[in-house]
Design a protein around this ligand. Structure first.
Ligand code: DAO
Ligand code: DAO
Length: 289
């Protein structure tokens, strides 16, 4: 079996964007000089994600802190046109790269890895994921509510990610498959287990029908080889829209289903703890004045 994974996170995967672009003072001055407020803020967010995933944390962390503190003196986000040019962020254990913006205005807040233990013997890396949320939605809904808190209070608080899950903010979780032998059957059963448990957590009712409505979107003939990109998007009105490699496979309106899926990634018992921390941290720097 050929493994394209990188043995450990200290290796620098080929194609990994160089951090200095967003973490060196001169890059920042350039961004500021270009009056690219959006790009500056996006770079700070991207640096935040990358830095907190990297083993060379202390150095990068100070770079990030520098950036975050600098970006705080900038006005609020302007247009996203330049933010789209900010570098992608790489999930360090798999080398999978995530664009900093998807769907025009959904901004990357954190990346992580879904592992699954097989027969209690070994863990397989199933997919890398990125959590995105609409920048204007975050500013509008959360800034009003948390505008008075300091950045450190925001970082400590679980309430912001709680609000991100509960409110009608446009969010996308992008999954990029790294496991090469994923069958639709195993996806369905993993989903029934993980999402099924969350549905139970939030609603005492029998949710079989809702689960089935979701899993029946995934036809047996679908193939999801390594490299497939699945977007789980919550659109306005708590509509969960699923696309596979850009093709829409279905939409389901259900606040409970949206909430349960987001809970897997940013809830209190997430699939990847570090990813959730990244999201919290980046939401905080996002909301910073
Ligand atoms: O092939 O034995 C095996 C293990 C398969 C594990 C499947 C885990 C599926 C996790 C959900 C993936 C959603 C895209
Ligand atoms: O990781 O346990 C988990 C839950 C993953 C939810 C993913 C559902 C996406 C299903 C895509 C099916 C493709 C045919």
């Amino acid at each position: 079996m050929v493994s394209l994974r990188f043995p450990f996170s200290f290796s620098q995967p080929p194609g990994r964007p160089r951090l200095p672009r967003s973490s060196s003072p001169s890059a920042l001055s350039f961004a500021v000089a270009a009056a690219s407020v959006a790009a500056g803020a996006a770079a700070a967010v991207a640096a935040g994600i990358a830095a907190s995933r990297d083993p060379q944390r202390p150095l990068l962390e100070s770079a990030r802190d520098f950036l975050v503190s600098r970006s705080s003196s900038l006005p609020l986000w302007g247009s996203l046109s330049l933010a789209e040019n900010s570098p992608p962020v790489v999930e360090s254990k798999t080398g999978v790269s995530f664009p900093s913006v998807v769907g025009g205005s959904r901004q990357l807040l954190g990346v992580g890895l879904r592992r699954k233990s097989v027969l209690g013997l070994k863990n397989i890396d199933v997919y890398a994921f990125g959590v995105y949320a609409d920048d204007k939605d975050i500013n509008k809904l959360l800034k009003e509510k948390y505008g008075k808190l300091s950045i450190s209070e925001l970082k400590e608080s679980n309430e912001v990610s709680e609000d991100l899950m509960e409110s009608d903010i446009c969010v996308t979780v992008r999954l990029q498959i790294v496991y090469g032998r994923l069958s639709i059957k195993s996806v369905r059963s993993a989903f029934e287990e993980s999402v099924g448990n969350r549905l139970k957590k939030f609603s005492p009712e029998d949710n079989k029908e809702l689960l089935q409505r979701f899993t029946s979107q995934f036809k047996d003939e679908f193939k999801i080889p390594r490299g497939s990109v699945i977007d789980l998007s919550r659109d306005r009105g708590h509509v969960l829209r699923t696309t596979i490699d850009g093709k829409e496979v279905g939409s389901i309106e259900s606040k409970l289903l949206c909430r349960s899926i987001l809970d897997l990634y940013i809830g209190d018992d997430p699939l990847d703890r570090q990813a959730r921390e990244d999201v919290k941290l980046n939401l905080a720097s996002f909301l910073e004045k």
